[in-house]
Write a protein that binds this ligand. Structure first.
Ligand code: SAM
Length: 377
């Protein structure tokens, strides 16, 4: 691995890996916004004897590790980010207990002196974060949001102004920027609009979507095409909805295949909460589990009859097919002999060729101008 794994900031030097670890990893586990934030906040935190620090949306634990001396709370929607934080703490011989991890639906309850937010990918998720942390703000809480300039649109600032208070920008350094927000004690906050619900076309289902869920406002056109071609057979007993998002694929499959026991897997806590809520619309004899995991890492070999997958094309802000490839490789190990992996993808992604690396038989089930559904056995 030639990538730099040592973060040097005002708080010290820390070794940080991205997770899952890839042999030829080219990307660092932090970015210029993490460095900027840590160096900026160091002298400010030092002024308080026992600063209460909340970190939101850390990537692989850079913020939590560097600030471990303050025993911060760290909130994330990502199971992989939480795992990375724990593994990177261990890698640096730091006590696991020095950071308290919370998922994005369960924030801590105390008030904080510093709330450090790594800019999330969407405005909806930012809005949800800011609404959830209202009761954690004191009049003198210092809220600092860090991100790469390209991800900090005017709407990001406006959302911070609306839900926290007056904002001041830093200058840009290495294409990263900080926005400081001080709580306006007279701010009036509306109710959290998330989760949002839409009716699923041609069905009786209402689909619940938390703020950080894929295609939360409407049915994705790829998912729609997949739903039209899901398999139906009594032979499918043990089934996985891999990267389930709001769980639509598993929900419709379950409705058509009531004998199946379905494991919904996602690395987003909000996705799983949405999927679980949506599954409740089926009759109680339908069986399912909702598991926060990095793809199929926790599954034993030869244990599954069918895997349904609409693969992700990015990890945090990094776009690429590497997660899809890992999912295909793991699927091959986890499927029983004769088991099937069904994948939906954009035509141009070339999933057929990738699947042929792992599976003896790769068939085209359906295609339209944009998407293909593939069955690999
Ligand atoms: N199945 C849903 C659908 O078709 O509408 C969502 C598909 S979305 C393209 C991909 C999903 O994979 C996202 O919900 C994302 O959170 C999840 N995901 C990304 N990386 C993952 C990983 N390593 N393990 C499990 N899920 C992951």
């Amino acid at each position: 691995m030639n990538t730099d794994t040592y973060l040097h900031v005002a708080q010290g030097e820390f070794q940080l890996l991205r997770f899952p670890v890839e042999k030829s990893e080219k990307l660092r586990a932090w970015d210029a916004a993490d460095e900027y934030l840590l160096n900026d906040v160091a002298p400010k935190i030092a002024l308080l004897t026992q600063a209460q620090v909340l970190i939101v949306n850390d990537s692989f634990g850079a913020l939590a590790l560097a600030l471990h001396a303050f025993k911060p709370c760290s909130v994330s929607d990502s199971f992989i980010s939480q795992q990375a934080t724990e593994k990177n703490l261990a890698l640096n011989q730091l006590d696991k207990e020095s950071v308290s991890l919370f998922d994005s639906l369960n924030y801590p309850r105390e008030k904080f002196d510093f709330i450090l937010i790594k800019a999330p990918k969407t405005l909806a998720f930012l809005e949800d974060i800011l609404l959830r942390l209202q009761s954690l703000l004191k009049p003198d809480t210092q809220v600092i949001m860090a991100g790469m300039v390209k991800n900090m649109s005017p709407a990001v600032w406006q959302t911070l102004e609306r839900l926290v208070g007056k904002t001041t920008p830093s200058k840009a350094v290495k294409k990263a920027r900080l926005i400081y927000a001080s709580p306006d004690t007279n701010r009036s906050i509306a109710d959290n609009p998330y989760p949002v619900v839409y009716p699923l076309e041609n069905t009786q289902y209402q689909i619940c979507n938390h703020a950080n869920v894929f295609s939360r406002q409407r049915l994705d056109i790829g998912t729609r095409f997949f739903l039209e071609h899901l398999p139906q057979d009594n032979k499918y007993q043990q089934v996985v909805d891999l990267g389930c998002g709001n769980g639509l694929v598993g929900l419709i499959f379950a409705a058509q295949n009531p004998q199946a026991k379905i494991d919904f897997i996602d690395e987003s806590f909000m996705a799983l909460a949405s999927a679980e809520q949506n599954f409740k619309q089926l009759a109680s004899e339908h069986r399912a589990r909702f598991i926060a995991a990095d793809a199929l890492s926790d599954f034993s070999a030869d244990s599954v009859d069918l895997i349904l997958c609409n693969p992700p094309f990015h990890q945090q802000n990094t776009i690429g097919s590497h997660i899809a490839m890992r999912m295909f490789k793991q699927a091959k190990q986890v499927l029983r002999t004769g088991g099937e992996l069904w994948v939906i993808g954009n035509r141009h992604l070339g999933y057929q060729a990738s699947l042929k690396k792992y599976f003896a038989k790769v068939e085209l089930v359906a295609s339209n101008a944009k998407f293909i559904v593939i069955k690999a056995t």
